[in-house]
Design a protein around this ligand. Sequence first.
Ligand code: SF4
Length: 359
Amino acid sequence: MPNRMETVTLSKINPTPAVLRTALQLDQAGLIKHEEIEALERVGERYSVAIPAGVVALMDPNDPEDPIAKQFVPDTAELDALDNELADPIGDHDHSPLPGLIHRYPDRVLLMPTLSCPVYCRYCFRRDRVGRNAAAPSSTDIDSAIAYIKDRKDIHEVILTGGDPLSLSDTRLGALLAQLSAVPHLNNLRIHTRVPVSLPSRVTDRLIKALRCDLPVWMVLHVNHSRELTTEVANTCERLTRGGIPLLSQSVLLKGVNADIETLSELFRRLIALKVKPYYLHHPDQAQGTARFRLSLEEGRAIFDALRGHLSGLCQPTYVVDIPEGYGKVAAQTAAIEQSDQEWRMKDFKGEIHRYEEI
Ligand code: SF4
């Protein structure tokens, strides 16, 4: 890592780019060890890397345990996938009737109009796909997906995800929402996004206008640590709320980032203060090269149990675990999940029991 003087000199030669994408840029920003450049270039070839300047500004390059850096700065450990880790941990492929569409539960579908994100999370369960534009669905694919939704009257909710749907241009997003609003049996739309937290400048008045359509649009913000909730993010939440968009949050329980009572309490309280209802706390998925983030289900349940005594019900999300290979979510604290003979057994929404092996 360069010392302070070297960092100043380098930054004069190479002004910090708006988004860090290469190992060389990460090195120049003092976020990685110089001797790891080559290995981290290989990580970048395998999994996408992008960190906007605003997120870089939240990191302390002198703290090797910085919870913001751990979420986004690539690590050489990503090259060592464990045998049981999965390229598609929640079974998207098996539940995808058409490109860009996932139909896992009867009443709702996921629509993925883009695979681009403002920032690439190192623990992402779609890390094999995100940022790979060649794999993104075409506009013809999206039209076919909308025709599929129109043909099925038992679908009542469309969840836009990706990638990050707010990576689309205002025009494309507005047109997509208008197409979906015209489907008579839809009840509401939901947008899962990291943009308001990781790239709040993207949330312009024009974008908020583009989100207005004839269906209620709920927005679920992805955020894992209270330090991500800056004044600019707070203002962005306020503008979205005033724009008529109810806000929820989803977080991932991550070892080394937020897996303790104090950090989670602070995060959820701050979210409620910003009028964002904590919705889901996800147990980390078994995605390739993400072992460093995983804690056991028993540890996760103990943390979540303890939260009950620390936080009002309003501040508490539902702690969920996705049954690997696409059988859906189960609440990690309920009777639908039980431990026997050193392994967990989980009941899916159809009543079928699945083994859950910790790795
Ligand atoms: S923003 Fe979501 S989809 Fe994109 S890298 Fe992060 S977790 Fe994955």
